[in-house]
Design a protein around this ligand. Structure first.
Ligand SMILES: C[S@@+](CC[C@H](N)C(=O)[O-])C[C@H]1O[C@@H](n2cnc3c(N)ncnc32)[C@H](O)[C@@H]1O
Length: 203
C-alpha cells in the first residue's frame, strides 16, 4: 500500500501553492488578509512592494481582474507570470513617481491599495532585523503618502519589536483605521505580523 505523505503545515501549504499555480505559499497570508479585511476587488489599482517571486501579485491580479491595474516591484526577479501587470526591478528606496507613471502609461499613480510583504535579508540578530523591517514599513508609508489616493489602504508586514508602537503611531496619523493580523499561514514561531491601515487621510 502506498504510504500517505505526512506534510507539516508549511509543506502542505507549499504543496497547495504548487498545485494551484502560485509562486509561493505566502499567497495564503494575503488570501486570509483579503478575506478578513476585504482588501481587493475588481478594478482596483494596486502597488505590490517586495513582490518576488510573485504569489501576492498573482493573487491580486486575479482579484482585480482585467479592469484593475497592478504594479509589482522588487529588487529580485519576479518570476511568476503576471499578464498585464507592470513589473519594476529595483530598490523601493529608489522608486520614483516617473518610474510608476512612465511604465503604466500614466494610469497610476494614484493607487487604491499598496501592499508590502517586504522583508529584509535577515542577519540572525533579532533587533537588527526588526529595525530593518520597520525601515521597510516606513518606506512603504512614505510611498503611500506620495502615491495613494485619499481613502486608500496600506498593508505592511513587520517583524515585531520595540519600534512597532512608533510605526503604528505613524500609520495612525495618516489613516483613519489600523488593524493587525497574524495569518494562520504564518509560521507560529515567526515574529512577523501584518498591519492593515485603511482610509488614507490624504497627503
Ligand atoms: C517574503 S518576500 C515577498 C514574497 C511575495 N509577497 C510573494 O508572495 O511572492 C520579501 C521580498 O521583499 C523584497 N525586498 C526587501 N527589501 C527590498 C527593497 N529595499 N526593495 C525592493 N524589494 C525588497 C525581497 O527582495 C523579497 O523578494
Amino acid at each position: 500500500m502506498a504510504k500517505r505523505a505526512d506534510y507539516s503545515g508549511e509543506e502542505a501549504l507549499a504543496a497547495r501553492a504548487r498545485r494551484e499555480g502560485y509562486a509561493a505559499r505566502s499567497v495564503y497570508k494575503l488570501e486570509e488578509l483579503d478575506r478578513r479585511f476585504r482588501l481587493l476587488r475588481g478594478g482596483l489599482r494596486v502597488l505590490d512592494l517586495g513582490a518576488a517571486p510573485g504569489s501576492w501579485s498573482q493573487f491580486a491580479l486575479r482579484r482585480i481582474g482585467p479592469k484593475g491595474l497592478l504594479v509589482s516591484v522588487d529588487r529580485n526577479e519576479i518570476t511568476a507570470a503576471l499578464p498585464g501587470a507592470v513589473r519594476l526591478r529595483g530598490d523601493v528606496f529608489e522608486l520614483q513617481f516617473d518610474d510608476l507613471a512612465e511604465h503604466s502609461s500614466g494610469r497610476v499613480p494614484p493607487f487604491d491599495l499598496i501592499l508590502s510583504d517586504m522583508a529584509p535579508s535577515t542577519t540572525g540578530v533579532p533587533l537588527a532585523d526588526h529595525v530593518a523591517s520597520v525601515e521597510l514599513c516606513q518606506r512603504a508609508l512614505e510611498l503611500a503618502r506620495k502615491f495613494l489616493r485619499p481613502g486608500g489602504g496600506l498593508v505592511v508586514k513587520v517583524f515585531q519589536g520595540e519600534d512597532e508602537p512608533l510605526l503604528r503611531k505613524e500609520l495612525k496619523v495618516c489613516f483613519q483605521a489600523l488593524k493587525s493580523m497574524k495569518p494562520k499561514a504564518t509560521r507560529s514561531q515567526s515574529v512577523e505580523t501584518f498591519l492593515v491601515a485603511t482610509g488614507f487621510r490624504g497627503s
